[in-house]
Design a protein. Structure first.
Length: 149
């Protein structure tokens, strides 16, 4: 087995590893960080997600706290038709948008991509239309996750 080969960890596997159950992950192996961010952005685009925000956690920690930390970006991914459906069903759902995707490089050089689980995030509401949107968003993000492996 190639230790640098990407692997996907579905929610159940994350729970067994002690990883919080509010997301799922793809391990990309030891690879170029900037290329990984571009690869994730392109994969998101194939499922209709655009990047609304990009937070460079590494630069922020350096600028604000003087800390040197490994590369880490938080991508605010949005699928406009899904967002529109959710906002139409429940206008305040905007407080929980967009779907965050975190790309981080561990100290050993491994790149991990974490995806928020929209169902976990949107279970704060009992609106059935929001639940449908969350399910569709989850399926799309899981396909992105799988495509990265």
């Amino acid at each position: 087995m190639n230790p640098n080969a990407p692997t996907t960890h579905p929610r159940e596997a994350d729970a067994k590893r002690g990883t919080p159950s509010y997301g799922f992950h793809a391990q990309l192996g030891k690879t170029d960080f900037a290329a990984s961010v571009e690869r994730v952005s392109a994969a998101l685009k194939t499922e209709g997600f655009g990047i609304l925000t990009e937070i460079d956690v590494q630069a922020t920690m350096k600028n604000k706290l003087g800390l040197d930390v490994p590369a880490h970006r938080i991508l605010g991914a949005c699928n406009p038709p899904l967002a529109h459906r959710a906002l139409t069903a429940e206008p305040d759902i905007g407080l929980l948008l967009p779907c965050n995707v975190a790309v981080r490089q561990d100290a050993d050089g491994q790149v991990t991509v974490g995806f928020i689980d929209p169902i976990a995030m949107l279970q704060m509401t009992d609106n059935p239309e929001v639940a449908k949107v969350a399910q569709e968003a989850r399926e799309r993000l899981q396909r992105v996750c799988a495509a990265l492996t």
